[in-house]
Design a protein around this ligand. Structure first.
Ligand code: NAD
Length: 441
């Protein structure tokens, strides 16, 4: 049983799907592990550490040759995994919506593509939940990025020269990322308020020491599976009124609001940004899905005429490549443990397992996931870019419908030979004063 770990080829991707720690554990399960040279470089995991853990470190062709399992962060192209065993499991985040053609190509290549982001959010699978592990880190990093761009101190400081008032941080969307942002801002000493459209979030915000704010007009907009539903026009107007009054007094705003299968809801208008004081900072964690802030430029940092910095980084977990890789790799290992017969030391996939049924996209040369409609993709590419219907959450459906189109990791042009191209360097924060430069990330 051979497991291959390739270097990520998507632009800007800094993470790696296995660490020396998980490589050693996989070998403990009876696997032979091959790692492409440089796979962990951007996550500060040197080849030598993989070799010490027992992996064979080599070039791409040698790594993929005969692999029964391929581990990836982003969906590889079919040509990148040519040489893997027939029916090999290719496990990673597959971002299938809007990319149905590429999923079909993987099916045609004869591999079994497994989408980790479709893992059901049930107790047994918590340890395999890549959305949560990565969102947690993104929520933390959002506050760190905001603090870095903020010209003032975060905590209250009593000094001989006088008192510095604590920063006011407002978190919009109190899911996994939002709750971590609240916890991080509290640790830094900020005064934190937060809002969400799910009433259940109120208690969670309060338990972290944040103050929950919500308009009376919006009782509870919980949808299915613990996610939010889209607001009605009236509810949107009530929320906008609440936010408009509150945001003008905030120093830092972190937005994380998402609705499964829909573009990110627009929560912060240009007028609201204009009402904020110079030096205020907004971090839009929803930038990959279009952004919660009207003025966000996904992938960029912009400063408005009134001096508000809006940070719209893509692939925020990738800004913490080492931690993100460690957690992601552990998520994958936990899932792999359920797919391997430890005694026989061989792959033993239970195709009826709910985790397998929910995540397998392709098998036996065909696209098999009920939510992925490939027929429309080649005939009408424009239509295929539409978001998946929000109702797509059936029993066997993903826990969360993925974004319509994720601009985070752009593929190299088809003509280019990605194998020869190193991945883009880690996207770390620019110096805070450079924010005005609209640096592309
Ligand atoms: P998400 O990424 O889909 O959305 C982020 C947050 O934005 C959510 O809290 C959502 O309610 C909120 N939101 C949507 N529209 C909004 C609006 N107009 N204004 C303000 N906020 C808005 O959510 P997530 O972080 O993936 O978490 C979704 C749910 O899943 C939560 O209830 C979470 O507790 C739950 N969860 C469960 C498990 C598990 O049981 N294993 C694991 C992770 C998350």
């Amino acid at each position: 049983m051979k497991i291959a770990v390739l270097r990520e080829r998507s632009e800007g991707e800094t993470r790696v799907a296995a660490t020396p720690e998980t490589v050693a554990k996989l070998i403990g399960l009876g696997a032979e592990v091959a790692v492409e040279a440089g796979a962990g470089e951007l996550a500060r995991l040197p080849d030598a550490d993989y070799a010490t853990a027992g992996a064979a470190v080599g070039n791409a062709a040698a790594t993929i040759k005969g692999a029964d399992i391929v581990l990836a962060v982003r969906r590889p192209l079919a040509r990148d995994i040519a040489g893997a065993a027939e029916g090999a499991l290719v496990i990673g985040t597959m971002d299938p919506y809007g990319n149905e053609g590429e999923i079909a190509s993987l099916a045609k290549a004869g591999v079994t593509a497994v989408a980790m982001e479709f893992m059901p959010r049930i107790t047994r699978a918590q340890v395999m939940d890549v959305l949560s592990s990565q969102a947690n880190l993104a929520g933390y990093q959002a506050v760190i990025d905001a603090a870095g761009a903020f010209d003032r101190a975060m905590p209250m400081m009593m000094t001989a020269a006088g008192t510095v008032r604590p920063a006011k941080v407002f978190v919009m969307g109190a899911g996994v990322a939002g709750l971590q942002a609240i916890a991080t801002a509290k640790r830094l000493g900020a005064v934190v308020t937060a809002t969400d459209v799910r009433a259940a979030a109120a208690e969670q915000v309060a338990s972290l020491g944040g103050k929950f704010i919500m308009t009376d007009a919006l009782k509870d907009a919980s949808g299915t599976g613990g996610y939010a539903r889209e607001l009605t026009k009236e509810e949107q107007a009530a929320q906008a009124e609440l936010v408009a009054g509150h945001i003008a007094k905030q120093d830092i705003v972190i937005t994380t609001a998402l609705i499964p299968g829909r573009p990110a809801p627009k929560l912060v208008s240009a007028a609201m940004v204009a009402s904020m004081a110079p030096g205020s900072v907004i971090v839009d964690l929803a930038a990959e899905r279009g952004g919660n802030v009207e003025l966000t430029q996904p992938g960029s940092v912009v400063t408005t005429a009134n001096g508000v910095t809006i940070i719209g980084y893509l692939n925020v977990p990738g800004r913490l490549a080492t931690s993100a890789s460690q957690l992601y790799a552990r998520n994958l290992f936990a899932f792999l443990e359920t797919l391997i017969d430890k005694k026989e030391k061989r792959l033993a996939v239970n195709w009826d397992d709910e985790l397998v049924k929910a995540t397998v996209l392709t098998r036996g040369g065909a696209v098999v996931h009920p939510n992925i409609k490939v027929e429309a993709a080649p005939a009408a590419p424009a239509a295929a870019k539409k978001p998946a219907p929000a109702k797509a959450e059936t029993a066997a459906a993903p826990a969360k419908a993925a974004p319509a189109k994720k601009p985070a990791a752009k593929r190299p042009a088809a003509k280019a030979d990605p194998a020869d191209k190193p991945a883009a360097p880690a996207a770390k924060a620019p110096a805070k004063k450079a924010a005005t430069a609209k640096g592309k990330k």
